[in-house]
Ligand binder design. Structure first.
Ligand code: FE
Length: 133
C-alpha cells in the first residue's frame, strides 16, 4: 500500500501527543473504556487524528460493549485500509488510515447488520467533528 510519506517520524512526534504517537505510529492500543469516544453519541464525523482524513460517520457507530468506539462500516471505500496483522500470536485485520497509514485499530467480522463488520478503533486515533446545525 502506498501512503503519504510527507512526514518524518520526528515530525509525527512533535505533532502528536505521546499516547497518540504510540497508538497511531507504533500500532498501540489504548486501554478499554478510557478513550474519549467509546461512549460518544453525538452526531458528526470522526477524522484521522494524525492527518485529518474523514474516516467514520456517527451514523455507523454502535455500542459494542468493548470500551472502544466501534463502527459497522467506514465512511467510504477510500477511507480505511485493511492489512493482515499477525502480531501478539493472533491473526487479525488491522485498520489503517488510507491517506497517512496511521494505525486505527482492528476489523472483526462479528459486527451488526447491515455489514456484519466491527471496526474497533482507538479513540486516540480519532478526532471527532460534531455536525453543525
Ligand atoms: Fe491519517
Amino acid at each position: 500500500m502506498n501512503f503519504d510519506k510527507t512526514k518524518t517520524d520526528a515530525e509525527w512526534r512533535t505533532i502528536l501527543s505521546p499516547e497518540q504517537y504510540r497508538i497511531l505510529r507504533e500500532h498501540g492500543t489504548e486501554r478499554a473504556f478510557t478513550g474519549a469516544y467509546w461512549d460518544n453519541h453525538e452526531t458528526g464525523e470522526y477524522h484521522c487524528a494524525a492527518c485529518g482524513a474523514a474516516l467514520f460517520s456517527s451514523a455507523a457507530k454502535f455500542d459494542s460493549g468493548t470500551g472502544w468506539p466501534s463502527f459497522y462500516q467506514a465512511l467510504n471505500a477510500d477511507a480505511v485500509a485493511e492489512k493482515t496483522d499477525t502480531s501478539h500470536g493472533m491473526v487479525r485485520v488491522e485498520a489503517l488510515c488510507r491517506r497517512c497509514g496511521s494505525h486505527l485499530g482492528h476489523v472483526f467480522n462479528d459486527g451488526p447488520a447491515p455489514t456484519g463488520m466491527r471496526y474497533c478503533i482507538n479513540s486516540a486515533s480519532l478526532a471527532f467533528q460534531k455536525k453543525q446545525d
